[in-house]
Design a protein around this ligand. Structure first.
Ligand SMILES: *Cc1c(COP(=O)(O)O)cnc(C)c1O
Length: 399
């Protein structure tokens, strides 16, 4: 059957063509088999420098065994949201473990890091008299959470404490009912750290509370991977502590840790918690086993940092600009969209997968490849990647 005009198709075709012409149309890469530090992607074996699998837990035998055992004992799904009948004993056991891990009274698991950020912004900043204050480079989920919150919003220049202070001193902030400062712990594009001690000082001086999104710090920074508040020794000064279960933890999910009354409040008000179903028990058991591994195998975190130092030093020695990174996320700044895309494509041909991240995700002129090493890479893997970065980087005139 043909129709003369199709109101949806007509604009989708035009918009897809536009995306294509701007180099923004996404093509999905396909991993065959497990996602590992060296993976088969689109049929080619590559050193994988794109994943958030920091501790190589996606295929850890203990996590796999825990998932299988939970399926046998608890089934494959909950068929409900948490407040109805989607809370099994395993959900509460994981939350107790996460609270202990983070050193807080309580914790609450959400479907993803994205939803926990949206939920906390929306629930805690629920009135036009509230003020949500956000770093300009915060993650998209915080930006969307702020849009759904009824609060007024102010954005400060990246890590600019003078700008944050100016906002806190503004008449709007002085008249606000509640003030929440929100920041990523580790910024996901540059791998730099939020200045948490300074943010705590300002928050305490001006009567604000703090939400830290530690998606890229969970399992990476601080004692046994407890995150940036642990790294900076300010954990008891952060009121809303967010982590993901989707990155270093190796499965999927997000959580918030804090006082029991914060968790009680979110249980009653958080919309993604109330209206979207809970994790299957296998995922919960996987995450629980991951926390055990992080506590019992600290050598994984050490190896991650050793690998990051080795790779970063290698890139610098070759003459690449690795930006402001202080973590295993290392950008290789190229400065031009087309060149960044070509760099990534040619590395892939050579057996190295490093993603191009371009405008508008990063500022114009800051187009880059983003690399993330894993504890599972061998020195041989990393040296192979460095050799290819040198070869392609020279061919493109970048070094
Ligand atoms: C990845 C990421 C998220 C989203 O986490 P998911 O669990 O993948 O939904 C949130 N915040 C930051 C800073 C992230 O990097």
């Amino acid at each position: 059957m043909t129709t003369k005009t199709d109101a949806l198709m007509d604009f989708l075709d035009a918009d897809l063509a536009q995306l294509e012409s701007e180099g923004r149309r996404v093509k999905l890469r396909v991993v065959t088999g497990r996602q590992s530090p060296v993976s088969v992607v689109d049929g080619r074996k590559v050193v994988n420098l794109t994943s958030n699998n920091y501790l190589a837990l996606t295929e850890h035998p203990r996590l796999i065994a825990a998932a299988k055992a939970a399926i046998d004992s608890h089934g494959v799904g909950t068929a409900a949201v948490r407040p109805i009948i989607g809370t099994q004993d395993v959900h509460l056991a994981l939350e107790a473990k996460l609270a202990k891990f983070k050193g807080t009274e309580s914790a609450l698991v959400f479907q993803s890091g994205f939803t926990v950020n949206v939920a906390c912004c929306q629930s805690l900043m629920s009135d036009p008299k509230d003020l949500l204050i956000s770093d300009e480079l915060n993650h998209a989920s915080i930006i969307d959470g702020a849009r759904l919150a009824k609060a007024a919003r102010k954005v400060f220049a990246h890590k600019d404490m003078k700008a944050l202070k100016d906002i806190l001193e503004s008449p709007e902030a002085r008249g606000a009912r509640r003030k929440m400062i929100v920041t990523d712990g580790v910024f996901s594009m540059d791998g730099d750290l939020a200045p948490l001690p300074e943010i705590c000082e300002l928050a305490e001086k001006y009567g604000a509370f703090i939400m830290v999104d530690d998606a890229h710090a969970s399992g990476v920074m601080g004692e046994n991977g407890r995150g940036t508040p642990s790294h900076f020794k300010v954990a008891d000064r952060i009121q809303v502590s967010i982590g993901t279960l989707s990155k270093a933890v190796g499965a999927v999910g997000g959580y918030v840790a804090g006082q029991k009354r914060l968790i009680d409040y979110l249980v009653s008000t958080a919309r993604p918690f109330t209206f979207s179903s809970s994790h299957p028990p296998s995922v919960i058991a996987t995450c629980s086993a991951a926390i055990d591994v992080m506590l019992e195998e600290p050598e994984r975190i050490q190896k991650l940092w050793d690998n990051a130092a080795h790779f970063k030093a290698g890139l610098k020695k070759l003459g690449f600009d690795t930006g402001m990174s202080e973590t295993p996320i290392t950008p290789v700044i190229v400065g031009d969209t087309k060149k960044a895309q070509e760099f990534s494509a040619r590395l892939f041909e050579e057996g190295v997968f490093a993603l191009a991240i371009t405008f508008p995700i990063v500022a114009r002129g800051k187009d880059r490849l983003r690399t993330i090493v894993s504890s599972g890479h061998t020195t041989k893997d990393l040296d192979f990647a460095l050799e290819k970065f040198a070869k392609v980087g020279r061919a493109l005139g970048l070094i």
